[in-house]
Write a protein that binds this ligand. Structure first.
Ligand code: ARG
Length: 468
């Protein structure tokens, strides 16, 4: 059979090329071409190792390096002729290198696409984690800006979406910052797990050739803090393992879920019923029919995209669950959900930052809502405890007061002293002091509470972390 009818990379034992349909069905270059720079980097490391152990000459290494540099430039200029029939990013690049130097024929020595793609993705994950951390920092800085600007603005805190206790916008925003801070840490862990080099695992069982895995790992930056090479420990695991994909997709999901809960807070606060915030025109949209509408689309989309990002994690878990060791072609489908989670989460974080920076709190509405004396019912129970009443009884007394206020159609703080005293003798004349929000906050100065000093110190803490 003439050579051009065979697949250039693996065609040796085949008598016909893949069917046109199979080419379309089997290609991954349409989505894995975004790994090109990692693939070229991996090839440079592998080639350097081949030269180091004498499997290629210094001259061949030079030619490979020059060729790879040219390819890199073509890709950067968006000038690279990606070919569907070359299946994936790896074979496209190897084939193109072959057009530049004969030495390219030696590049795949002791390497399989299995350890190659595993390496590419580990390099991708390292970058993706640190980029997402930068995006997270941007979003956190914007939240911190709001936390600082409205540090002492009181709003009701909610449980069961019922008014519970007074907090401040500072306290509420810091709550979201804490959760994004954990996400930030989680991406460090994923990046740490990515830090092991699979090259040298080959297809599953390494190679009979005298490869130097440590050498490759070091060149590619798979090293610990002391500069020692970090290698995957088992060739079969190295090419079958998709834990990182799952961990990354899971860290993205968790971050998205946090953003989605934040989004929900702002959607509620933006409603006429709450009216706590005004979202910027630049991140809201109007209705094609109802002229008065200004919809919180950016936050609704974050909620919606969270479904997609969580779906990507589910997609990956199901993809991997039934696979025998080791590599199976199913695994080619592992990349689109990862890329999608990365892209969508990056966008969500940028949108939170952009929208938050322009968000304005309606201070009067917040203060009015926070002036509901029922928010301080628990403080009143605490007051009774400080007068010597056991908490269970104090709880009961306040419950009776609330019932009385409700039946008389007055605020809790408006119950006459005589009526109050009849319910409990512990309701001494000073009982109404409890309904002072300033007092309520100033008495909450233990770690984690919304006292002004606590909020200030947590804001300072995050400011120092985020300005590093
Ligand atoms: N495009 C393939 C993937 O992403 C590369 C690995 C192919 N390995 C193989 N044995 N066919 O999974």
């Amino acid at each position: 059979m003439p050579n051009e009818t065979k697949h250039a990379t693996w065609g040796g034992r085949f008598s016909s090329r893949p069917d046109a349909l199979m080419q379309i069905f089997g290609e991954s270059v349409s989505f894995d071409k975004r790994l090109a720079s990692y693939d070229l980097k991996g090839s440079l490391g592998h080639a350097a190792m081949l030269a180091y152990v004498g499997l290629i000459s210094a001259e061949e290494l030079k030619e490979i390096e020059l060729g790879i540099q040219e390819l890199q430039e073509e890709i950067l200029k968006d000038d690279f002729p990606w070919k569907l029939e070359m299946e994936d990013v790896h074979m496209n690049l190897e084939q193109a290198l072959r057009g530049k130097t004969k030495a390219a024929d030696k590049l795949h020595t002791g390497r399989s696409r299995n350890d190659q793609v595993a390496t590419d993705m580990r390099l991708f994950f390292k970058d993706a984690c640190s980029n997402l951390q930068v995006s997270l920092e941007g979003a956190m800085q914007a939240l911190l800006f709001i936390a600082e600007k409205y540090a002492s603005l009181p709003i009701p805190g909610y449980t069961h979406l019922q008014r519970a206790q007074p907090v401040t916008v500072g306290h509420h925003m810091l709550a979201h910052i804490e959760s994004l801070g954990r996400d930030h840490e989680r991406f460090s862990v994923v990046a740490k797990h990515a830090n092991a080099c699979p090259l040298g695992s080959g297809a599953i069982a390494g190679s009979t050739l005298p490869l130097d895995r440590e050498y490759t790992a070091k060149i590619l930056g798979f090293v610990d803090d002391d500069g020692n090479a970090c290698l995957t420990a088992n060739g079969m695991d190295a090419v079958a393992d998709r834990d990182l994909f799952l961990e990354f997709a899971s860290a993205c999901s968790m971050t998205a879920v946090h953003l989605s809960r934040l989004a929900e807070d702002f959607i509620l606060w933006n409603s006429s019923e709450f009216g706590f915030v005004t979202l910027p025109d630049s991140f809201t949209t109007g209705s094609s029919l109802m002229p008065q509408k200004k919809n919180p689309d950016c936050y609704e989309l974050i909620r919606g995209k969270t479904g997609r990002i969580v779906g990507n994690l589910t997609n990956l878990l199901v993809l991997v669950k039934g696979l025998p060791l080791t590599y199976n072609r199913d695994l080619q489908e592992d990349k689109p959900p990862v890329f999608d989670s990365y892209d969508q989460l990056s966008l969500c974080l940028a949108v939170v930052k952009g929208c938050m920076e322009e968000t304005v709190f309606n201070e009067k509405k917040c203060q009015l809502a926070a002036s509901d004396p029922l928010l301080l019912a628990t403080d009143l129970a605490d007051f009774l405890v400080s007068k010597g009443l056991p908490f269970r009884q104090a709880h009961h007394v306040v419950g009776e007061l609330v019932g009385l206020a409700e039946s008389q159609g007055i605020r809790l703080s408006e119950i006459p002293d005589e009526d109050a005293k009849q319910i409990s003798e512990f309701l001494t004349n000073d009982w109404r002091e409890v309904f002072d929000l300033k007092r309520a906050f100033s008495m909450r100065e233990k770690p984690g509470m919304p006292g002004p000093k606590q909020i200030a110190s947590r804001i300072a803490h995050w400011n120092s972390i985020l300005s590093d």
